[in-house]
Structures are given as C-alpha cells and as structure tokens.
Design a protein around this ligand. Structure first.
Ligand SMILES: *[C@@H]1O[C@H](CO)[C@@H](O)[C@H](O)[C@H]1NC(C)=O
Ligand SMILES: *[C@@H]1O[C@H](CO)[C@@H](O)[C@H](O)[C@H]1NC(C)=O
Ligand SMILES: *[C@@H]1O[C@H](CO)[C@@H](O)[C@H](O)[C@H]1NC(C)=O
Ligand SMILES: [Zn+2]
Length: 613
C-alpha cells in the first residue's frame, strides 16, 4: 500500500531521452525508442496504480466527519491524499485515466505488461467501519514509555505498590545487581487506597529488597513524586518553602517523602539517555498506532526531546503526526530558544508552533488553584505555579512571537486568571482569536461566569473525558455540591464554543492510550464497568456528548486546535489520507460494546502503519 517502494517514474523517462540524444535515425532505433517510451509510460502507470486504491463499505459505514456527506460508500486514495468520497462509480472515475484506463485494459494485456490490472478495491466486512485518523489532543509520549517500565496504575494499596517494585527488581537483574541505579515508576493514586492519605518515604523501606534503594514514583497525574529514604538522604538543605510547590512534612516538620508540583524539581533524578528516550518513544508509538492514533499533541515537550523528534522526522521515522507543545520550563521568556517547525521532516509530520505553560497543579493532590478553599480541606485552595503577572508577561510575548499558547488550568482560579489574560490580549491589543487559537488544557473547573466567558472569547477548551470518570469518585468531596456543576462540563463547553470546537485527549500516561476509552467516557460518563456515583445513567448525564460530537472532538476539532483543519480531521477530498478501520460500529453499538471494538488498520498518508487493509 505504501508508495515508498514504488518505482520512480522519472528514471525511465530520463532513459528515453538519453536514447534520443544519440540521434540514430534507423528504423530499428526508432522501434527501440518507441519501446523504451512505452515501457516508461507503463512504469509510470504502474507507479500510479500501486499508490492508488479505493476502500468501500457496502453499508455506507464510512463516517466522514464532513457535514456535506456524513456517511459514504467509498473513498479513493492517490499517494498521500483522499481524491474522492462518495459512490463507487464516482470514486473509480475520480482516479481519472488511471482508474478508467486500468479497468479498460484487458487483463491479459495487463499481465503481459506486468501492470496491475485494476485499481485495488478494498471492501470492508459487514460490521466494520472507517473513521478519520484519530487524534489525541493532549498526551505525553515519552512519559508513557517511561511509565511502562514500572506501572503503578490501579494499585489498591501501598503494599501493592511495594509488591510491584519488588517484582520489578527481581525480574530485572540489571536493576537488582546495581544498587546505584534509580528505580522509577508512575501511576500511584492515594485516593484509591484505604485512608486516601499521601504515602511516606518510610513505606518504601518496609521490605528488605527495597532498603537503601533510590526510588522515585510519580503520582498518576505527574503532579507529585514519592521518594525513598535513600533519596531523601541525597536531598539535604531543602528550602522551607518552594514557590508553586509543596514539600510534604511530618509533625516534626521533616520532609516525609512526597514532593508536589515545583518541589519535584528538587529531586536529583538523572536525565534519560538517548537509548532510553528511543525505547520510550518506540514503546508508545507501537501502542498508539495499534489504537488508531494518527496524530498526537505532545503536551509538554522539553528542548532535548524536541531535538530527538527533529532527528526522527528528518530520518523519516515518525510513523504518525506529532503536534508539539514546547516547554523549556524556565520561568523567563524562552520563545526565542525554540525552533518554529511546520510540517517538518521527510514526511512533513512534525509541527512545533505552540507552547505549553502550567498555571496550577491537579485536583488529586489538592494542587488545583481554586477561587475558594477546598470543601474537604478548609486550609487549602491549591497552588498557582507562577504568579498571574509573570504568566501575563510570558503569554503576551509568546503571542507577539507567533506561538499558540496552551495553558494547563485545572482549578477555577487558574482558569479565571488565564481567561483574564487572554481577554486583555484579545480585546486590548487586537489579538485575533482565529489566528492565535489560544488553548486551555484540561479546562476542568469553571465558575459559571467563566464558562460563559471562555465561549464568548472563543478560547479553545482542550479536555480529557476520562478525567471526569477517573475523578468522579472524589471530585464532589473536594469541590462541594455547587462548584461541581462547573466541573468537567464538556457539553456546556461545546455548546458555548462559537465554532463548536472541543478537542478531546487522554493525557496518557495518566489515562490509557486507547482513544476509545475517552470516546466511551464522553458519551456515557460511566466507569468501564458501567457504574457511576449517579448510577447507570452516568455522572451528571446532561454533560454527556453525543457520539458524533465525541468523534468530531477526536478528529476535526483536534485538527482545528492544531491549525490543520484544512488538511486533517475528516474524510474530505483533498485532505491527507489518514484513517482507521474498526471491527465494529462504535457509532451505533450498545455502550457496553464500544470498548470491545478493535482496530483492524491504521493508515497515515495513505500507507498502512498498523494492521492490514
Ligand atoms: C531555556 O530558556 C532560557 C531562557 O529563558 C535559556 O537560557 C535556556 O538555554 C533554555 N534552555 C534550553 C534547554 O534550551
Ligand atoms: C487547618 O489549620 C488549623 C490550624 O493550623 C488546624 O487546626 C486545622 O485542623 C486545619 N484544618 C484542616 C481541615 O486541615
Ligand atoms: C482574523 O483572522 C482570520 C483568519 O486569518 C480572518 O479571516 C479574520 O478576518 C480576522 N479577523 C479580524 C477581526 O481581523
Ligand atoms: Zn498533561
């Protein structure tokens, strides 16, 4: 299917010209010339045929996410692009002389000339569907590979975490033999444990196998780290306070092993080697392609990782599209230290035109910045990681230098502060919202007035439906019965958006990589076992998205949020041929069956990158 190994038609025509330049006029030479020209033309035809095909669904289960023809029978693809979407005959004709000529050739002629006789027509099985290539509008590619070294997701107690570390050590001789080697894991969540309290360093010494080991474990949201006593020993002379961070302490005031937000920077973790980065990347990509992800918005790409992606792009080793949100991590302005990249690399799959900024922490670690104190902790109202003044100065400069700004905001205070800044820029300085497309990542908790305001301003809310279902067990305890109404309010955000844009993401590795998990959460607001705090009808069911809205959020809206709506996000003639074949119809099957759907093929730029077409 890929056009990469197709014969280059220019070789044969060059051959024909060089024959001519020898200038012989004999009959024999003319015949030779004719022969060479003819085979050149056939090679060219062969090349066009190999890179052209048609995919059809007799039951019109091609969901285009294009309002002009929402369901279609066939699409035709030439090279990297979609040529036509519609009825079989029209798509066949759309391949022009190639389509009709190849079909007109008698098969014995085609065989003799070694030309594939027909444009390949692929018929989907009854029940299978095609959708546009799926996008994850907010994820962390390298961190996902990192987490998969020692995943702590779903652990139900501290003891289970300890057990997983023990089994990691005993199955990794390189780790067990080398006591200087750090053990890193990710995914613990104290809200899922008895008592729901933060763990302590001492918990990581309860077993002899763990004693004296350097252990650092990221919380599921990446907003806190839990370290072992051996790591604490390396961290002498800690400051009393950290701006935008918290060192959790015991009653005597000693650090007890958990570091929240900016305080995590104090932990002396060694940087990843190029080999590790490559492993993390390959691991995530294999997983992502198997779930139909053709685009990923990498939501916090550090300068060394940007360089890594650039290298991969130049070498043609990016299997799908990456839309990076650069982040240098410095509190100063750093927009001038990053390259602007648009459709960069051998296949044009790498783009860097946005930056990630972080306004606050996360709800699970009481770090989300709230306008009023937490309902379950009257002394805490969360953390702004940077002052509103600093954020405004940075955002203005990024805007002037042509960077889209994507700001992490969870709490209603963080959202309020960032909307203030966006509003001042958009109203005061003539900022054009459709040129700039400022985003808020997570857009999780809003005051009622700010829900109106984000819509009025046209700021893009980039949300993760699985966060609603992961948090629904404790979110109301943290926020109380009134504030919760403005939280995870996806339907409201979509309805208020002037362009009806609500890009969806997973935030993997915080949630699973499979985009169907987000689709299911968005349309059901249920746990995967079919339950919710509000019963089987879903948690705040009025905030459910329809399936069509959810599919658009994972395709066209994500494309809009990355300035790519004219190239990606729907099955529309002229757009890039990125699509996915699923073995069941997620648009109509019972809710319980959505997560049973399997990806049969993932196609990027017309070429199969996973499965079989
Ligand atoms: C980050 O930005 C600062 C300027 O704020 C610059 O000095 C530094 O070199 C940048 N870091 C990297 C790794 O590019
Ligand atoms: C709030 O702080 C006060 C004084 O430090 C303390 O007595 C009280 O228990 C705290 N309340 C909560 C909910 O943590
Ligand atoms: C904003 O930019 C868009 C796209 O370039 C343009 O069509 C529109 O006219 C601009 N609006 C204003 C108010 O300048
Ligand atoms: Zn994230």
């Amino acid at each position: 299917m890929s056009s990469k190994d197709a014969k280059d038609p220019s070789n044969s025509s060059t051959g024909a010209r060089s024959q001519e330049s020898h200038g012989s006029t004999t009959h024999w030479t003319r015949r030779l010339l004719l022969g060479v020209a003819l085979s050149g033309a056939l090679l060219f035809l062969n090349y066009r045929l190999q890179s052209s095909y048609i995919v059809c669904s007799p039951s019109r289960k091609i969901y285009t996410v294009d309002g002009t023809l929402p369901q279609a029978e066939c699409i035709s693809v030439r090279d990297t692009r979609i040529v036509h979407v519609g009825k079989y005959d029209d798509t066949m004709r759309s391949l022009g002389t190639i389509g009709s000529l190849s079909n007109a050739l008698p098969s014995w002629v085609a065989e003799k000339l070694e030309v594939r006789p027909f444009v390949k027509v692929i018929h989907l099985d009854e029940g299978s569907i095609m959708v546009p290539g799926l996008a994850d509008a907010h994820a962390h590619i390298i961190e996902n590979g990192y987490m998969n070294q020692l995943p702590l997701m779903g652990s139900k107690s501290i003891q289970e975490v300890v057990d997983r570390i023990k089994s990691f050590i005993s199955t990794h001789p390189d780790v067990s033999k080398d006591p200087s080697r750090w053990i890193e894991g990710m995914g613990w969540d104290q809200t899922k444990w008895p008592g729901a309290q933060f763990p302590t360093a001492a918990d990581l010494e309860s077993d002899p196998l763990l004693k004296d080991r350097l252990i650092s474990l990221s919380r599921v949201d990446g907003h806190a780290r839990w370290v072992s006593p051996a790591v604490l020993k390396l961290m002498q002379d800690l400051p009393d306070q950290v701006e935008g961070g918290l060192i959790v302490r015991d009653e005597q005031g000693h650090p007890n092993g958990v570091f929240v937000d900016n305080a995590m920077n104090l932990i002396p973790i060694p940087p990843w080697s190029e080999k590790q980065i490559t492993e993390f990347f390959d691991q995530t990509m294999n997983e992502a392609l198997s779930y139909g992800l053709t685009s990923i918005h990498d939501a916090d790409t550090k300068p060394d990782i940007i360089k890594f992606y650039q290298k991969m792009a130049v070498a043609g080793k990016l299997p799908n599209r990456l839309y990076l949100m650069g982040n240098n991590g410095s509190a100063d302005y750093w927009g001038d230290t990053l390259p602007h990249l648009i459709n960069y690399g051998k296949h044009g799959r790498l783009t860097l035109r946005s930056v990630k900024l972080i306004a606050d922490g996360a709800l699970g670690s009481w770090g989300a910045a709230l306008l009023e104190p937490y309902s379950d902790n009257g002394n805490a109202s969360g953390l702004m990681l940077s002052s509103p003044e600093k954020l405004e100065k940075q955002i203005r400069q990024f805007w002037k230098d042509g960077w889209q700004t994507n700001v992490h905001c969870i709490g209603d205070r963080a959202n309020h502060v960032i909307l203030d800044i966006y509003e001042r820029i958009l109203k005061g300085s003539g900022g054009n919202v459709s040129e700039w497309r400022p985003r808020i990542e997570h857009a999780q908790i809003f005051s009622p007035a700010d829900l109106d305001r984000i819509g009025r301003l046209g700021v893009i809310a980039s949300v993760q439906p699985t966060h609603a279902t992961s948090d629904m067990g404790y979110a109301q305890i943290r926020l109380g019965p009134e504030r919760i109404k403005g939280a995870y309010a996806y339907r409201t955000l979509l309805e208020k958006s002037p362009r009806s844009v609500l890009p969806l993401g997973s935030d993997f590795p915080i949630e699973g990589v499979d985009p169907l998990l987000g689709f299911y959460a968005a349309v059901t607001r249920l746990n995967i076992d079919g339950t919710s705090p509000h019963g089987r009808g879903g948690w705040f069911p009025e905030q459910k998205l329809t399936r069509a809205q959810a599919l658009k959020g994972m395709t066209l809206d994500a494309a809009y949020a990355s300035f790519a709506e004219n190239e990606l996000g729907s099955l529309t003639p002229g757009k890039k041929a990125d699509f996915v074949i699923l073995d069941r119809d997620i648009m109509t099957v019972a809710y319980d069956d959505i997560l049973k759907a399997k990806v049969l093929a993932t196609v990027v730029d017309g070429g199969v990158v996973y499965g079989i077409l």
